[in-house]
Design a protein. Structure first.
Length: 358
């Protein structure tokens, strides 16, 4: 199996919670009939806080290509026409990511009491929630086309390009040249995700090591921030980064799942512009290590992400993770650190600007 296809099995299936009104017929032309029927049942009676200043949030790491690949019932978007991707993406955005869709997802309406406590009490917010931006992480070659020609056309969407360690065995000069070309796009904000994954080992370790080092060298030479994936490979990841990346580099440690030792190792060398991303994983059971790490990190070093379609937060676990779920992750961060949801949203919004310039 291709590494990129293997990754599609990591997250849960299903929809993204309650959504906004369905888009126009033209935007649902390529949407499966069952999904169109679901969209027609979306409730709209949601009260939105009426404060003057919206509470902005950013999904700093999402894979729209993998979300759409699921919606289109295929393992990859390779070979899918740009027109079909565009239509499906517009339908997805209209249904899941409008202000009303975000509020509807997070409202308590229609949910069991035990689930409602884990969602967001909108009445406590001073203003309406607003999805300000997303960083589309394009780390498998079939996603290059839809990311470059469809996704980043939306004003809210920016991109990072790289090759995931699962696909490291496919890394070659042709792909590398394309990545270098994509770095010059005005909406490309970083190189990645790239790194090491010795947990699944879907590519040989030697291939992962070579691809990681080549990408780090190029990112630094092109002055691009880095999005790093590391799993069961902390020692190698840290040593290679220290060897090849300057101490003041902008670094996003994506979906951070390592322990305090790795945090200290990174902070000792990279602290000025180092950020740690957290996903819905922090709401799962058996997350003592996540909790310990969140507690030890200053809020000024934390980014919010979904890694959609993977790891939707409780109580939406098993759904397709999407950017509208970010406030649930923010709420959990606030609970762990003893600060308000608004403090988390405002600080992490500023952090995203520091990391990505958006």
């Amino acid at each position: 199996n291709k590494p990129r296809n293997a990754r599609l099995g990591q997250g849960g299936g299903g929809g993204g919670g309650k959504k906004a009104k369905s888009p126009s017929a033209s935007s649902t032309a390529n949407v499966p009939k069952q999904q169109q029927q679901q969209q027609q049942q979306i409730p709209t009676a949601v009260e939105i806080p009426t404060g003057d200043v919206p509470l902005e949030f950013v999904d700093s790491h999402v894979h729209f290509d993998l979300i759409l690949a699921r919606d289109m019932e295929s393992g990859t978007l390779a070979g899918v026409s740009q027109e079909a991707v565009n239509s499906q993406y517009k339908s997805y955005w209209d249904t899941h990511l409008t202000p009303l869709a975000v509020q509807t997802l997070l409202t308590h309406q229609g949910r069991k009491a035990k689930e409602a406590a884990a969602l967001i009490d909108l009445s406590q917010l001073s203003g309406p929630l607003k999805l300000a931006a997303c960083v589309q992480i394009c780390c498998f070659q079939p996603a290059f086309m839809p990311t470059e020609h469809v996704f980043v056309d939306r004003p809210e969407v920016y991109a990072a390009y790289g090759i995931h360690p699962h696909a490291a065995s496919e890394y070659n000069d042709e792909i590398e040249n394309k990545l270098v070309q994509l770095m010059s796009h005005p909406k490309t904000v970083a190189w990645g995700e790239c790194g090491l994954d010795f947990f699944k080992n879907l590519s040989e370790r030697d291939a992962q090591l070579e691809a990681f080092q080549r990408q780090l060298r190029l990112a630094v030479s092109l002055n691009k921030p880095l999005v790093i994936h590391t799993r069961a490979a902390d020692d190698d990841t840290l040593q290679i980064m220290k060897d090849l990346v300057p101490p003041d580099w902008k670094i996003h440690m994506h979906c951070f799942g390592s322990g305090p030792d790795m945090v200290r190792g990174l902070m000792d060398f990279f602290k000025p512009n180092l950020f740690f991303g957290f996903t819905g994983c922090i709401t799962f059971g058996n997350t003592e290590q996540h909790t310990e790490v969140v507690k030890m990190l200053p809020l000024e070093m934390i980014l919010l992400e979904t890694d959609g379609p993977f790891m939707a937060p409780v109580p939406l676990r098993g759904k397709v993770a999407q950017p509208a779920m970010i406030p649930i992750v923010a709420k959990k961060i606030g609970e762990i650190k003893g600060v308000s949801l608004e403090t988390v949203l405002n600080t992490t919004r500023h952090n995203t600007t520091r990391m990505y310039g958006i």
